[in-house]
Design a protein around this ligand. Sequence first.
Ligand code: ADP
Ligand code: MG
Length: 253
Amino acid sequence: MGTVITAANQKGGTGKTTTVANLAVYLAAYGKKVLVVDFDPQANATSTLLSPNSLSTHVYHTLVGGILPEDVIRPTGLFSLDVLPATPDLAGATIELVSLKNREFRLYDVINTVKDNYDYVLVDCPPSLGLLTLNSIVAADYVIIPVQSEYYALEGLSQLLGTIDLVNENLGRDVQVLGAVCTMFDRRNRLSRSVLKDIQRNFPGHVFDAVIPRNIALAEAPGYGKTIYQFDPTSAGANAYRYLAKEVIELTK
Ligand code: ADP
Ligand code: MG
């Protein structure tokens, strides 16, 4: 049975997509079969993991068009890492989903049909608490919360945790917070260190030991359509995501 992990934080730019793409490749490097589900209309996980090609079908069609996910999923060529890609058309799904029955369970149903083929399914979601994110949370066994080590990092996290509680109370799910991961950390910077402490205070026992440094290679790799594993596997960013993958494997055993 595949473990479904969603990276969520309704703030933009906290490292969700970077975390999904690079955690995925290192889980795969550890021999796991991994599917990345791109559920953000910005489709940055897709462009990082798949070489540019015109996608005739994508995750949108599996939600509302009755297309099977197996027919849309593509291999990345990296280990056993596959992608259920997105395109900007996914934005339209938000509007269509509203009128569908079981609208919160659309992604859950799609993932359920394929998750037995994988050890891990990682879901990237948009920076909002809208219906796409709600679907991503409902579909999850676990949520990972990337938190940027910046001012206001913790702002809005109570709404995210509240949303997870509502999903569990009202939609019959049992979604757990696997942990918060501190991203874009600069150890020379006092603010970074104090934000990490705040995160640890807010999520006692639920903060990954892996701390993702602010690392230029992590920022550059997507521009080349590459994960950090391909772009600079000895960088500090690569080491951090490798370590995060190890922790995730340990915590979900
Ligand atoms: P989100 O998906 O939460 O909006 P992204 O993963 O897209 O956030 O990251 C936002 C921006 O910051 C991107 O340009 C990304 O390349 C960059 N970035 C993410 N993590 C790091 C990091 N650890 N070091 C440097 N740049 C990073
Ligand atoms: Mg993103």
